[in-house]
Write a protein that binds this ligand. Sequence first.
Ligand code: FUB
Length: 345
Amino acid sequence: MKNNSENPVNAFEALVSNAIAQPLVEHIYTADPAAHVFEGKIYIYPSHDVETGTPENDNGDHFDMRDYHILSMDSIDGEVKDHGNALDVKNIPWAGRQLWDSDAACKDGKYYLYFPLKDKQDIFRIGVAVSDSPSGPFKPEEKPMKGSYSIDPCVFQDDDGAFYMYFGGIWGGQLQRWRTAQYDANGTTPEAHEPAIAPRVAKLADDMLEFAETPKELLIVDKAGNPLLASDEDRRFFEASWMHKYKGKYYFSYSTGNTHYLCYATGDNPYGPFTYEGKILTPVIGWTTHHSIVGFKDKWYLFYHDCTVSEGKTHLRSLKVSELKYNEDGTIQLIRPYGELSPNW
Ligand code: FUB
């Protein structure tokens, strides 16, 4: 990433002092927030970042997380409660390594935590764990969900009660290994002129523990209806799927990864196609960018993370929240996390 000043230390301090939001907690590192309103409160399902000494590489091995802590808040400015260890990699029977971005859903009084984890063959799969409480503890199923792969599950409940999972992430998230029905350990991303790799969507079964269908590709197109290309790195999908609905429209949002934006595309149904609309958040301090969008008490909020507390260590992140505003026409107003100093690299 480029610095926005000659002196990187001064640039960092200037960004931190101009930040529009402060970290939600500092006693642990937290990232990849999935926020939901359950039982009248905001529950946040974050990744729990830790320093394990695993060397950094392009596969993201240094994101070596081993458990989940769930946070809750009665009000957006209120105290943030840490509910402690809700699920530990030690208790997941099929575990290899790396608990990445999770999400949660509630059906018929039971809570379901969906999480990506590498299996014993080092292939990312998606697992489910169940609890009677939104804060856990969660009991994992014996095996990952059948037919699951890659990372960053987001579970969305539509107005008719059906649940859909959106997932996938390229590079370290391994989605490029699943470009055909057959797993290819040497799978690569498309050529620049080819359509970008698409995120996946699948309806969940009634028991919430499996897919009800084979995951499908979620097409993201430009205003002319053409699929975004692999070379279009400021707009194409990388990871961090999120789905929400606003005034009857479906909003699919995601990270562009190596260009560090959060973007969104809108559609008329849960399967798309989705038309690219614009950016939600300019780059944060750190490499990754990840989010959720939730409505609470007549306002909308963007939960995200940055690396201000760890002074730029990409795998040690901290959660933040800022109000998200819509324009009259339903477009989302761009958020600049460090005000006018926010970089646009
Ligand atoms: O936290 C590990 C990975 O970093 C997540 O799965 C990605 O979305 C990125 O935030």
